[in-house]
Write a protein that binds this ligand. Structure first.
Ligand code: ZN
Length: 252
């Protein structure tokens, strides 16, 4: 049976920075890829209105997901206002119930902005709550299985105190880094203003810097890093290593 991976970010390009290479490898293994963001990234502009940039960024995210034959979902929260509250958690539970994933990638619990940290907790709780019948969601039936949950890297692979983020698993994405770059480049609205502002392609360069940094830790050229959720009631086996075998280096 086809297995499904669901990657969830706070903003439309978060997944492309941190996990698109691993998603591409899973796709090559026959997995179904689903990508979602809590917000349409409606503050990621200096020139467009909220409505304009939301429309543009959702189209960019759909194009990126399309490269892996995947679907993009937007939960329509507001940029900078991703809150751990009841309405938002119900949206994320609904997403997990509709997608019914075997494997979930969530934002890092520690990161440079609160949207990412709140999204991390929301995804964790949604994976746990999706099977609880007494939590109704309008368009989705309970999903009676807790998926394997992994946290993606924070930006620059460090927490807000500057400490390097530990990794459980480092994935060799060298063979798919061009695909990852193409997916990130779909987000032209974000890439272009950095290009104009910095005069260099900082958007793509920063992704490659971090992928190289993680690669060096395993003697590979490019890599992505993940931490595995091992709390009570979640799957305790390492599904990512089982699927990707020698492409994964276990750190701890
Ligand atoms: Zn973000």
């Amino acid at each position: 049976m086809t297995q499904t991976v669901l990657a969830v970010g706070a903003h439309p390009d978060d997944i492309e920075f941190m996990a698109a290479g691993t998603l591409a490898l899973l796709r090559q293994k026959g997995w179904r890829v689903q990508m979602a963001s809590l917000t349409p990234g409606d503050c990621g502009t200096m020139t467009h209105t909220r409505q304009e940039i939301s429309r543009i960024r959702k189209a960019e995210a759909s194009a990126a997901a399309g490269i892996l034959g995947g679907t993009y979902h937007c939960l329509e929260c507001e940029d900078m206002f991703v809150l751990y509250d009841r309405p938002t958690l119900l949206k994320v539970i609904g997403l997990v119930r509709r997608v019914r994933p075997d494997l979930v990638f969530a934002p890092s619990p520690e990161d440079y902005m609160a949207d990412h940290e709140n999204a991390s907790r929301l995804v964790w709780s949604a994976c746990f709550a999706a099977g609880i019948p007494n939590i109704p969601t309008p368009d989705a039936e309970p999903y009676h299985r807790i998926p394997s949950l992994y946290y993606m890297d924070p930006v620059d692979a460090k927490d807000k105190y500057g400490q390097p983020t530990p990794a459980d698993a480092i994935v060799n994405i060298t063979s798919v880094v061009d695909l990852k770059t193409r997916m990130l480049a779909c987000h032209a609205s974000q890439r272009d203003w950095l290009l104009a502002h910095h005069g260099v392609d900082e958007y793509l360069d920063s992704m490659k810097r971090q992928s190289r940094l993680r690669g060096r830790q395993a003697d590979w050229e490019f890599a992505e890093a993940f931490r595995r959720h091992r709390g009570h009631s979640f799957p305790q086996d390492d599904l990512l290593s089982k699927e990707l075998g020698p492409l994964v280096r276990i750190i701890r």
